[in-house]
Design a protein around this ligand. Structure first.
Ligand SMILES: Nc1ncnc2c1ncn2[C@@H]1O[C@H](COP(=O)(O)OP(=O)(O)OP(=O)(O)O)[C@@H](O)[C@H]1O
Ligand SMILES: [Mg+2]
Length: 311
């Protein structure tokens, strides 16, 4: 093929391209990196150099006329998919591991239970332990299914105006007993009666429940000092923020940035998927969620923001 025609075709296709005559670069397509062009001018091109300069371009070289031509193919999508695949493999490996350990521990308790040598008082304790792990396993499986459904885009939300006052009132009423048993004071400021946000009822309740459950759970774990959870609200022009502040065990700075990553952290009672799912749901409702803590024993604050529905 004539090199002139070749150039025209390549230029139209916008493929990064370098054409060498001896070791002089005669032509490089505009989309090839500038630094790459500069670096290579007058130098002998090594494919490794090309690769390290533009890692998402895979270079193929061949002869056209008496020229050596390098074409760079964009493989960034391949890299992205490889990354996704790795993440999924890791997710399923961890999920399977979690399910297997819970199942093994239930089996372990039940094996002891059916052992004829065990005394009656002990049996009750074993049954309770097996039951509590079974509850955790069931919560884990439900969370995993939810997470996968959200990730796959299968969780369709019905966005509609929601009366925050009514919904929060019901959730708080439900959690009052739990807070009381855990010795945590639960204070909720009043929300304007008329206030409506845009959200999906089930998703909103799920998020609020998890955030409040965390606040109560991790405050009750504090050894001394006051144990209080305060929920407050603020309106702005476009939305409404909900602030859940606790005086609990707080969070180490290095742990903070991992809390919204799957399986990055979990409490002995939980699955560690609560915040991950909450963030995904909040984002599907076009809201925001963030978590702050000054450090261990300094309490934690979760801030949520939702769009306001037109009046
Ligand atoms: N209010 C809080 N105070 C201290 N740590 C918190 C608080 N909220 C979340 N965390 C930390 O973030 C982690 C992740 O929270 P998340 O709700 O995802 O998991 P979990 O509560 O352990 O389990 P699950 O919600 O699935 O029952 C927790 O294990 C805990 O380490
Ligand atoms: Mg939780």
């Amino acid at each position: 093929m004539d090199i002139g025609i070749f150039r025209e075709v390549i230029q139209k296709m916008e493929i990064p391209c370098l054409i060498l005559e001896g070791n002089v670069v005669r032509f490089a397509n505009s989309s090839a990196e500038d630094t790459l062009k500069r670096k290579l001018l007058g130098e002998c091109i090594e494919e490794e150099i090309l690769q390290s300069r533009a890692p998402f371009l895979e270079w193929r070289s061949f002869e056209v006329d008496r020229y050596r031509v390098y074409l760079g193919f964009d493989v960034s999508e391949v890299y992205r998919l490889k990354g996704e695949l790795e993440k999924r493999k890791e997710f399923f490996a961890t999920a399977t591991h979690e399910i297997r350990s819970a199942t093994n521990s239930i089996l372990g308790y039940l094996a002891l239970y059916v052992d004829g040598e065990i005394k009656l008082a002990h049996k009750e304790e074993l049954a309770e332990k097996a039951y509590s792990v079974a509850l955790k396993l069931s919560a884990l499986v439900n969370d995993l299914l939810d997470y996968v459904r959200i990730e796959e885009g299968l969780r369709e939300l019905k966005l509609e105006p929601l009366k925050v006052n009514t919904l929060l009132h019901a959730i708080v009423e439900d959690l009052k007993g739990y807070a009381f048993r855990k010795n945590v004071e639960l204070n909720v400021s009043s929300v304007a009666e008329h206030l409506r946000i845009i959200g999906d009822k089930k998703a909103f309740c799920r998020v609020m429940r998890n955030v409040l459950d965390n606040a109560i759970k991790f405050t009750s774990m504090k050894e001394k000092g006051e144990k209080r959870v305060t929920v407050s609200f603020a309106e702005d022009e476009k939305g409404m923020s909900i602030r859940v502040e606790d005086t609990g065990i707080g969070i180490e700075p290095e742990k903070l940035s991992h809390l919204f990553k799957v399986f990055s952290s979990y409490s002995p009672e939980g699955t560690g998927l609560g915040l991950v799912i909450s963030k995904k749901l909040v984002e599907l409702m076009q809201g925001k969620i963030s978590i702050h803590s000054a450090g261990p024993d300094q309490g934690t604050t979760v801030e949520l923001w939702f769009r306001r529905a037109e009046k």
